[in-house]
Ligand binder design. Sequence first.
Ligand code: TYM
Length: 333
Amino acid sequence: MRRVFSGIQPSGELHLGNYLGAVRNWVELQEQYDCYFCIVDYHAITQDYDAAALPARTFDMAVSLLAAGIDPSHCTLFVQSHVHEHTELAWVFNTVTPLGDLERMTQFKDKSKRQESVLAGLLNYPVLQAADVLLYKADLVPVGEDQVQHIELMREIVRKWNAKFGSDVFPEPEAMVGKARRIIGLDGQAKMSKSLDNTIGLLDTPDQIWERLRPAVTDPARVKRTDPGTPEVCNIYNLHKYFSPSDTVTHVAAQCRSAGWGCIECKRVLADNMERTLTDFRHRAAELRAHRERVHEILDDGARRATAVARETMLEVRRHMGLLDSEQPQTPE
Ligand code: TYM
């Protein structure tokens, strides 16, 4: 069975961007592949963060993923820092990754521009990402468009390491990008992202959804209620495609073009259709929050299963790289 790996930062609850761009695909893939899904807390600490808030953000992400349909009986769900081999393999890959390759990563350039002092962890972020995927020798990596460059670099790292130490140890993973490759935020411009405060949360209540959706940017050419619009340039129309039935989507486009509906009416229909999809997620999340120990058990079990695979890979890596075996007996678990 082919193996899938993907990761997500512990940014608290899921929003429509990371849900539609990645997690919705994970839910489908877990039925057909041997899937590993990881909450990447070591990645989250490469930028300023609140250490006191991180445990809750990681826990909330686990709740969101489970509520969205990630099923621990069909995949392995775990927290990155619970499997120590991730940082070990990252160090190994640092030794075959040219500095120039890291410096030209778009995400690094964007994020480092916004900082006074750029940390080495931010530069090495894609190396850790390569270690995540390759510890499990995954073939496929379902992600949104913004991660494709990191996966290209990952393939480069594999080629370099394999050429130097063992030509058939690591496969070259492939990015799988779905239809929702880049969900735009409520500002109608940038990628939907928690840090830009342009999101709708997957677990938001109907009132919260409406509060966010009502002022969201639509077709800028529709200034007055009677101005006809162009649905193709409107982010609200785009979101309808993910939540409204196809005949409604066609109707929305016609009403926009003829100015039959104003933007508020169009948003009201979207909010109602979103609510139909999201209500189940909210109920499942509430149930999980009432049984916190169950969530911890799932993550512990996931870490155990992931560690078993990760250790095997590291033994192989150590052997190929000439790292001396330890005479110490391994500590029993
Ligand atoms: P992160 O946490 O930023 O995002 C998680 C996943 O959601 C996708 N995504 C989006 N897709 C479409 N539109 C959006 N607005 C949107 N926002 C987020 C992302 O592309 C991603 O697939 N570096 C990764 C985490 C990571 C990882 C890995 C991924 C660490 N190790 C190994 C794959 C394999 C990240 O920051 O994702």
